[in-house]
Design a binder for this molecule. Sequence first.
Ligand SMILES: C[S@@+](CC[C@H](N)C(=O)[O-])C[C@H]1O[C@@H](n2cnc3c(N)ncnc32)[C@H](O)[C@@H]1O
Length: 178
Amino acid sequence: MSSLEDVESWLGWLALTGGGGPIVPFVPTRKEALDLLLKMLDLREKDVFYDLGCGDGRVVIEVLKKFPVGKGVCVEVRRDLLEEAIKRAKAERVDDRFIPIHSDFFDVSLRDATVIYMYLLASVNEALKPKLLKELAPGTRVITLDFQIPGWKPVKVFGNRSGWQSTIYYYIIGESDR
Ligand SMILES: C[S@@+](CC[C@H](N)C(=O)[O-])C[C@H]1O[C@@H](n2cnc3c(N)ncnc32)[C@H](O)[C@@H]1O
């Protein structure tokens, strides 16, 4: 098994047959990909940043450290990871703007989001599409690492598309979904 497509089809099958909602393993965004993300983002006080399946919180925490965003929301189904995220947010002194939510992201309202980050699988991105379209306002930015949102057109692609964690897809609600 070598290409992203092979891995995606294998994990996507697992995700869809897992029962009780999609299962995506914890694979943290590496520093290089995180640096690329932080470079392409431009966030202000009015922004509300979500990471759907936030793992140990590293993405939300680095976003809160770099930008004055109003809040960073960390949605994670694994309690152990969310607890680690809460500890890290405290240690990095961003816990006043860090909102941890222990839940399946399908059950969390995204209506106040202005930016959403997802390091999931294409099959899970596909399953999330109706929710994103229903709850997100036009202009909301949706950013994915490695895996595209099937059928949507990214307004921009960052990185060099050369293997794992090297490509960021940037979508805008109202433009990418037409
Ligand atoms: C590939 S990891 C990405 C972690 C983090 N976003 C990052 O980039 O470092 C995917 C994460 O999604 C979580 N996850 C999978 N399915 C989920 C669901 N239905 N609801 C909430 N979290 C979920 C996993 O536990 C895992 O931590």
